[in-house]
Design a protein around this ligand. Structure first.
Ligand code: ZN
Length: 258
């Protein structure tokens, strides 16, 4: 039983304000330590549930967040030797988890809600359904036939997971207060939730299906300003719908961005 764990930072335990996200902030190291402790709880839960191989990916901001000496020694760290943003995820994995998730752009009380870029992306949709990074990760995994079975993050991210995936195990570690602050769950309790939902997630894999969309897929990105759209709309296969909106049609769930 092989599990692939994708990580982000916004939905990690103990991070209760936007300032901690900045790499030069005095509490940023604490944020990264919490990332490792949440991740290790998920790794531990996966092994407790019956996994025998767990791979982990450092994905926030393209990587550079993991404190490797803190990583559970049983986990394989994906160094992305193929330079793909989904790393070495492939058909050999039985399921994937998403640790530290945030809700899609435009979610009320979603802690640091965004989709890819807080600055430039206003809305993202596939086949006319708005999606965020949870949906995007599940589509990538779905391209390899791998279902998403477990999510940790703030309450809004976990609600979003339930709206997209069934069955899915979720672990709420905080609740957004507006966009830039969150009320934390006690850290020990948060990690218990992550460990337990990761453990339970192994037992739902048999009932879970990969996230596969009907083809061709129509991807629409609405940017926040027309100049962000200018460069993108010149790309091959991308059609400009209006000043801020582009459309792309594809059959490939690994080809999700204009
Ligand atoms: Zn992130």
């Amino acid at each position: 039983m092989k599990i692939y764990i994708h990580t982000d930072l916004e939905g990690i335990s103990g991070i209760d304000n936007i300032d901690m996200m900045a790499r030069d902030h005095v509490r940023h190291r604490e944020a990264l330590e919490n990332l490792m402790l949440d991740l290790n709880a998920a790794v531990d839960g996966a092994f407790a549930g019956g996994a025998d191989h767990v791979t982990v990916l450092d994905s926030h901001g393209g990587g550079g967040n993991f404190i490797l000496e803190m990583l559970d020694k049983r986990a394989e760290n994906d160094t992305k030797p193929n330079k793909k943003w989904w790393g070495i995820l492939d058909e050999s994995y039985n399921a994937t988890f998403f640790i530290g998730a945030h809700a899609m752009a435009g979610t009320i009380n979603g802690f640091l809600d965004h989709t890819q870029s807080s600055l430039t992306w206003f809305n993202y949709s596939v086949n006319r359904r708005k999606m965020g990074e949870l949906g995007q990760w599940a589509m990538v995994a779905g391209a390899f036939g791998v279902p998403l079975v477990m999510v940790s993050g703030d309450e809004a991210a976990c609600i979003e997971a339930k709206q997209f995936f069934n069955p899915v195990e979720t672990a709420i570690v905080k609740c957004g207060i507006g966009r830039n602050r969150a009320k934390l769950v006690d850290l020990d309790e948060a990690r218990n939730r992550i460990r337990e939902s990761a453990r339970r997630a192994i037992s739902i894999i048999k009932d879970a299906r990969p996230f596969v969309l009907s083809k061709p897929m129509e991807i629409i990105v609405e940017y926040t300003r027309s100049d962000y759209c200018d460069g993108v709309s010149a790309k091959q296969g991308v059609e400009r719908l209006d000043a801020r909106t582009v459309r792309k049609v594809t059959n490939d769930q690994l080809d999700l961005f204009p």
